[in-house]
Design a protein around this ligand. Structure first.
Ligand SMILES: Nc1ncnc2c1ncn2[C@@H]1O[C@H](COP(=O)(O)OP(=O)(O)OP(=O)(O)O)[C@@H](O)[C@H]1O
Ligand SMILES: [Mg+2]
Length: 232
């Protein structure tokens, strides 16, 4: 469903990611692990089209999308939850979800009911301003907002960062359910061992902008193998 070939990306002329080649198959949940500054967010930004590659290509659903803008990728079914979450703090929860309506214009069915099923707290807080909610609730809102447009591929950048353990646990259970029930392919960035082990079928490890390893189920289950690639 998603392939990058020798992707080199940076800010200005300075490459940060070098020769990144990865694949995500339809229906998979794939993780990206790597320490702070490794280039994980840079990769996600290149995948959603917020950074133009210096070299290499991105293919989505059999079509080369290397030159597509972020909004075109969103309309083609790629959902993105940035590390900064970026909910609109002065809008209510419901208004934040309504904003998503325009994003994936090609989605036939908007999943308001479904996102409230996954995250009942959002329905309870529908008229509350998003900025007054906890970090974990804002993360659920960010996920819900991306999900409303029924994306085929969801890109999630460190969903557990800075949020309380109970919501980390909930998200770790919800994302695989969403994958299974809605068929959403997931590519996520994480440094939390429990989240990686709870969600990923396999992982790519990034160090200094390069993919240095790929971990399948066996090595993912091994805390020591995984700890080498995350901040502990
Ligand atoms: N806007 C920018 N301009 C220039 N350099 C940047 C910019 N954003 C990030 N970088 C640099 O690119 C490198 C990779 O950053 P990136 O944010 O992709 O790392 P990361 O793996 O997501 O880290 P973290 O786990 O802390 O989120 C870092 O050296 C960072 O300083
Ligand atoms: Mg990051």
């Amino acid at each position: 469903m998603l392939t990058t070939t020798d992707l080199t990306v940076g800010y200005g002329d300075t490459p940060i990611l070098r020769d990144v080649s990865l694949t995500v198959d339809d229906g998979e949940i794939v993780g990206i692990v790597g320490k702070n500054g490794a280039g994980k967010t840079t990769l996600m930004k290149a995948l959603i089209g917020l950074l133009d590659p210096i070299d290499g290509s991105v293919t989505y659903d059999g079509t080369e999308i290397t030159d597509w803008a972020a909004d075109e990728r969103a309309r083609a079914g790629v959902g993105y939850i940035p590390q900064s979450r970026d909910v609109f703090p002065d809008l209510t929860v419901e208004q934040n979800l309504l904003v998503a309506e325009g994003v994936n214009a090609d989605a036939e069915d908007l999943l308001y009911g479904t996102v409230y099923d996954y995250f009942p707290i959002l329905e309870e807080r529908a008229s509350q301003k998003a900025g007054t909610m906890s970090g974990g609730q804002q993360q659920m809102l960010a996920i819900a907002r991306a999900l409303v447009g029924n994306p085929d591929l969801l890109l999630l950048d460190e969903p557990s960062e800075g949020i309380q353990p109970s919501i980390v646990q909930q998200i770790t259970e919800d994302i695989p359910s969403i994958n299974e029930e809605l068929g959403t392919t997931i590519l996520f960035v994480e440094q939390n061992l429990g989240v990686i082990q709870g969600m990923a079928e396999r992982c790519y490890a990034i160090e200094r902008g390069t993919i240095v390893d790929e971990l399948g189920a066996d090595r993912l289950a091994d805390d020591g193998a995984l700890a080498e690639f995350i901040a502990v």
